[in-house]
Unconditional design. Structure first.
Length: 181
C-alpha cells in the first residue's frame, strides 16, 4: 500500500497476504482525491469517516492530506490489525479506529463528518441500499460530501444530492454533495 500525497506521501507498507479486502487502486485513489480536493479545502482540517476501511489506504490518505480527525470502521481482524500497525508506525493520534460493522455504525452514529467515504465489498447483500442509508443517516451535515466506490453495475444518479459519477478503469465512484438539493 502506498500513500500518495501529503505529509506521509510516498510511504509504502506491505499489506498482509491473507487480507480479504479489495483495495482501491493507486490510480483511482489519486484521481478521486484530486476531485475531493476541489470540493473540500483540506486547509480547514475537515473530519472524515472511512466505512469498510479495508487496508486503510483511504484513511491514511485523509490523514496525510490534513484531516483533523479520521474515523475508520473495519470488521475483519486482519485489516483492522494492519490499520492499527500502520497508524502506530506513522505515530498518528487523530485516528479513531473502530472494529465493527460499518452499516451498524452508520445506523447508530450521531456524530457528523465533513467527508464520508464508503468502499463496501461489491458482493455485499443489499449493496444498492447503502447510499440511501448513508444519505438518510445523521452522519452527514450541510456541506458534507459522500463518496461510494462501486462496480459499473450500479447507478445512483436518481438519489438526492447526487453530483456525479466517475470511472477509473473498473473502479466507479458516485459523489453526493449535501450542499446541493
Amino acid at each position: 500500500m502506498r500513500i500518495i500525497r501529503g505529509k506521509f506521501g510516498r510511504r509504502r507498507f506491505d499489506v498482509p497476504t491473507n487480507i480479504t479486502a479489495r483495495p482501491t487502486t493507486d490510480f483511482a485513489r489519486e484521481n478521486i482525491f484530486n476531485v475531493i480536493e476541489n470540493m473540500i479545502d483540506f486547509d480547514d482540517e475537515p473530519t472524515a469517516l472511512d466505512l469498510f476501511a479495508g487496508t486503510g489506504a483511504i484513511t491514511f490518505e485523509f490523514l496525510s492530506r490534513g484531516c483533523s480527525e479520521v474515523t475508520a470502521v473495519e470488521k475483519a481482524s486482519t485489516q483492522y490489525n494492519f490499520i492499527r500497525r500502520v497508524a502506530a508506525e506513522l505515530k498518528v493520534d487523530n485516528l479513531d479506529l473502530i472494529k465493527g460493522d460499518a452499516l451498524r455504525y452508520v445506523s447508530s452514529c450521531r456524530r457528523q463528518f465533513d467527508i464520508v467515504f464508503a468502499d463496501p465489498p461489491y458482493n455485499l447483500p443489499d449493496f444498492a441500499a447503502i447510499p440511501a442509508m448513508v444519505l438518510e443517516s445523521a452522519i452527514l451535515k450541510p456541506g458534507s460530501i459522500f463518496i461510494i466506490e462501486h462496480s459499473r453495475n450500479h447507478d445512483f444518479s436518481s438519489l438526492p444530492h447526487f453530483t456525479r459519477h466517475l470511472a477509473y478503469g473498473s473502479v466507479n465512484f458516485s459523489i453526493f454533495d449535501i450542499s446541493q438539493p
